[in-house]
Design a protein around this ligand. Structure first.
Ligand code: AMP
Length: 396
């Protein structure tokens, strides 16, 4: 894999695709700057080499062209502070203004371009727009894993204008390395923990895991579609009646492939979908009418803990219950704590996908697992076995 480490950037003008799509509050202040800090090692390496940097990103989902609400100007000060330099700003990501500022950039200087998505050509992957962007630098670095699954102008199409002068940034490289560690050659046993609301969203991942996982642990709302498909009574639990057949197919494929699928034997059930409801524990296939499973139960936790502690590689995507409500967070919390324990014993643990990352942060365990991925959709598509355009554009 060609990364920024393999190159000396002295006197190069380096166009970096970063993911600065940070959350802003009503005063346009950044409420979580982790996407910016994640890109700093790549930027600093290039500046330290004596190169100059042109940063391009999207912010939010502007619909009809330029909109001050989505201007990347909002992050300029914050970024300048982090980089300890006055970052310059181009009000337009292409055209004369951007070109002039990029051309005048000296070694050690940084230019931030206005939101790429002010042009609809960006998401369309327009070739001419990509070519215009490519004129701003003489080297292309992709460090935006969060958009690696999109064939946009700045994430993939642009790469063809740089010949060999392109590579991955540190963040991208780390994400790819960790994902490959799990899917290409995992230390065994390899256990995938898949949870979350809907089985339908996870079917492709489950399918793809059949050829590589030893165990698949299932939790969260998606479990009940499996339980019902096998004839269980699930009361008012979340269910996708149109996927019952599909879940049976998954169970039978797993058996053929020698993959063990584990469903929660018991559940914490509630009579309403809120934290003030009455709660009790029931077998997951004997949930009374009027009650719903909102977390995995104590037996399931014990069983899942044992499997986790016997594994050498673990992928976790999706919570075990409605962890946002205190009464239903325990299953997810116990899994997170056990992952930390397993990591401490030498197991490789990769956490990915929006809600499991949110859970690991909620329980303050992000430093105690091997890696928490920054890419939600991109990581999921990787685990579905898809080729990510942002990766192939650099590799091909
Ligand atoms: P996903 O986006 O598919 O990973 O689903 C995450 C969401 O699933 C979280 O907001 C959880 O609150 C929700 N969830 C997890 N378990 C359940 C459950 N048993 N019933 C309803 N929602 C659930």
């Amino acid at each position: 894999m060609k990364t920024v480490d393999n190159i000396n950037f002295a006197d190069k003008k380096v166009l970096i695709r970063v993911d600065f799509n940070v959350p802003l509050n009503e005063n346009f202040e950044i409420s979580d700057d982790s996407r910016i800090t994640a890109a700093l090692p790549t930027i600093n390496k290039i500046l330290d080499d004596g190169g100059s940097v042109i940063l391009m990103s999207h912010l939010g989902r502007p619909k009809d062209g330029p909109n001050p609400k989505y201007s990347l100007k909002h992050i300029l000060q914050h970024l300048s502070k982090f980089l300890n330099t006055n970052v310059k700003f181009a009000d337009d990501c292409v055209g004369d203004i951007a070109l002039k500022l990029a051309n005048n950039l000296k070694a050690g200087e940084v230019l931030l371009l206005e939101n790429l998505r002010f042009y609809k050509e960006e998401e369309k992957g327009d070739l001419q727009f990509a070519e215009k962007l490519s004129k701003l630098g003489n080297y292309y670095v992709n460090d935006a894993f969060g958009t690696a699954h999109r064939a946009h102008a700045s994430t993939a199409v642009i790469a063809q204008f740089f010949g060999e002068a392109k590579c991955f940034g540190y963040l991208m490289a780390k994400e790819i390395e960790n994902a490959e560690k799990v899917m290409k050659n995992p230390a065994r046993p390899f256990t995938a923990i898949i949870g979350g609301a809907k089985a339908g969203d996870k079917i492709l991942i489950l399918d793809n895991l059949m050829s590589v996982a030893d165990n698949i642990i299932i939790g969260g709302g998606m479990s009940y579609t499996f339980v019902k498909a096998q004839g269980g009574k699930i009361g008012n639990s979340l269910v996708e009646n149109d996927r019952l057949e599909l879940t049976l197919q998954i169970l039978s494929n797993a058996q053929k492939n020698g993959v063990k699928i584990h469903l929660p034997q018991d559940s914490v059930i509630a009579d309403k979908f809120n934290n003030e409801s009455n709660i009790k524990v029931a077998q997951s296939n004997e949930i009374p009418d009027g009650w719903m499973g909102l977390d995995i139960g104590p037996q399931a936790i014990e069983n899942y803990k044992n499997i986790i502690l016997q594994s050498k590689t673990i992928l976790w995507n999706g919570p075990m219950g409605v962890f946002e409500m205190q009464n239903f967070e325990n299953g997810t919390k116990q899994i997170a704590l056990t992952l930390a324990e397993a990591t401490n014993r030498g197991t490789f643990t990769l956490i990915g996908g929006g809600d499991s990352s949110a859970a690991i942060h909620k329980f303050k365990l992000e430093e105690k697992v091997s890696y928490v991925s920054t890419g939600g959709g991109a990581l999921l598509e990787y685990f579905e076995g898809k080729i990510l355009p942002g990766i192939s554009a650099i590799n091909d």
